[in-house]
Structure formats: C-alpha cells, structure tokens
Design a protein around this ligand. Structure first.
Ligand code: ZN
Length: 150
C-alpha cells in the first residue's frame, strides 16, 4: 500500500497566501534560495488567518499556543509568540527573519532598516540607498501592481 503524506489543507492555504503576496509584489525570493525579502509579520498574520479559516485544528497544539483560538486573536502578538525547536520563529531576530514592519518590493531603505533592525547582517544586506527593485539577487513580480510603488 502506498500512503501519500500530504500536508493539510490549512498548510496549503497558508503557503498559497504567501504566493498571492509574492504575486502582488509584497515579497521577493532570493535567487540563491537562501530566504525571502519582504516577508513581514503582517504577511504572516494574513497567512495564519487564511489557514485558520480553512482548517482551525491545524493551529491547535504544539508548537502553537494551546489557548482557545479565535480568528481575531491571530494578530502580530500571536504570530510573534509562535515557537519551533529553534525558539521563536517570527519575533525580532527569530528563525524566519521576517520584517517587523510592512514591507514590499517598493519599500524604501529606511523602512527596510526598520523592518530588519534585528538582522545581524543588516548593514551588509541593506547598505545606504538599497532598493529591492535594483537588487539583481532578488526574484520578484513587478507586473502586478496591487502594492503601489512609491
Ligand atoms: Zn508563513
């Protein structure tokens, strides 16, 4: 017998939400596959809310807080408390290295510095004048202007 191990619908919806965010210019992939630019705490709130809407049970139990979940409690504070074996995932300096302010591929240098102020490689990754759309190491979609360039 062959058993297909597939992640639940909740995880699928979560990752699909990030796909929509990418399509809208809300984030960019690094071409070396070592991470993402512009994934932020608000993107995670949206993704976890989508996940919860389709499969609430997928957010109950370890590593998630055992409290009784309701949709509205999935906010930035809730997301920042999520932990894996390696500690906090989305808080400042967490393993996922998500930005702590809302970022897109059109964000300016100062916003980026604020969003990634806990990144130990901040100065190397984002030197003065850094613009994501000028960064040839990023892969992004600038065709779908749902996030307005500034
Ligand atoms: Zn996510």
């Amino acid at each position: 017998m062959i058993v297909l191990q597939v992640a639940g619908i909740g995880t699928f919806v979560h990752e699909s939400t990030h796909g929509v965010q990418f399509d809208a210019g809300g984030m960019a992939f690094r071409k070396d596959r070592k991470g993402v630019f512009g994934e932020d705490i608000f993107d995670e709130v949206e993704a976890y809310r989508s996940q919860y809407s389709f499969e609430p049970d997928s957010l109950i139990g370890p590593p998630f807080p055992p409290e009784q979940l309701i949709f509205k409690r999935i906010d930035t504070a809730w997301v920042r408390r999520l932990e894996s074996r390696n500690g906090r995932i989305y808080s400042c300096g967490g393993s996922a290295n998500v930005a702590q302010v809302r970022l897109t591929i059109y964000s300016g240098w100062e916003e980026i510095r604020e969003g990634y102020h806990c990144d130990s490689e901040l100065d190397r990754k984002y030197p003065p004048g850094y613009k994501p759309t000028n960064d040839s190491t990023l892969y992004y979609n600038a065709q779908n202007r749902r996030v307005a360039p500034r």
